[in-house]
Design a binder for this molecule. Sequence first.
Ligand code: OSB
Ligand code: MG
Length: 368
Amino acid sequence: MKLTEITIRHLQMKLKSPFATSFGTLENRDFLVLEAKDKSGTIGWGESVAFRAPWYTEETMMTNWHMLEDFLIPLILNKKLEHPDEVSNIFSPIRKNNMAKSTIEGAIWDIYAQQTNQSLAAALGGSARRIEVGISIGIQRTTADLIQLIHQYVEEGYKRIKVKIKPGKDVQIIRALREHFPDLPIMADANSAYSWEDLDTLKQLDEFNLMMIEQPLASDDIVDHAKLQKELKTPICLDESINSLEDARKAVELGSTKVINVKIGRVGGLTEAKRIHDYCAEKGIPVWCGGMLESGIGRAHNIALTSLANFTLPGDTSGSDRYWEKDIIFPEVIADDGYIMVPKKSGIGYEIDQETIEAFTVNKKHYR
Ligand code: OSB
Ligand code: MG
């Protein structure tokens, strides 16, 4: 493989309903899509999952564009590659900026899978025919609204429900959900909204039989997460804290986490995601694939990754219709009774809807 041309686009897509977390509310999803052309003409697609603002991690859509244009694209254009696993070495002179790196690496995996005539899932070593998925629900105005939404998604067949919590919007709400849905697999995601001072509140969540509590404390704090896990029965799942295999190893060794949310962008690409998966399988730590409100391109990569054997818990990759009036791939991603079929076609396994991509494009630039 050798990339000879790259196009970056800034897309803006309106979410069907605003998504509220402990940091604020998102109405439009702004993100980058990267199209890479190999010398043979094969085209691969990648998505940057960074947001407009740096609330989830420090990266943004525009820092990604800067890193891509000024550092990553110059390192990769016209460089000969045998396998996508080499990309992380080529990018190793650049510190962090994992979502930016992952944008190109994802497109290279797509090209590699196409050229070796296999699905991206198969190229990664995944064998599941279908994956089990859940849904992540943003903070709602009232608990009644939340309960109604959960009813709707449970009826659609989603296998587990994740709700966002923050201080003041936690114990009461979870108690109400548990009363209403005694046996439903429920988990709570705090996106780092708590600190050690909130120990009492977090301990109160222990009585509701949650599957796990996701990232309660600061993203750079695996020490207090280890202390907290000793105080809780509920398993802690780290999201923002895990940016590499090394982070995963340290968090597991310290006892800071019993489950890991793997996000391709956050860990710098599919190769690193697979390494974390393999390590966790060896250690008996279940993993699941997190979501970043992706378009169909990012969603396709998530589906392929989730086909690996240790993705034993339902992930955040819901159907396209949960986010968008119209997605940029076809067919759109369909979650039927909480399952998504893993595409068998080569590469990411979905066609790119060029017209729709063009319609959502705010800005684009070509590199060669
Ligand atoms: O913390 O998992 C998260 C969305 C944006 C940023 C961070 C998170 C989320 C979600 C939704 O929980 C996942 C999705 O539906 O794609
Ligand atoms: Mg999370």
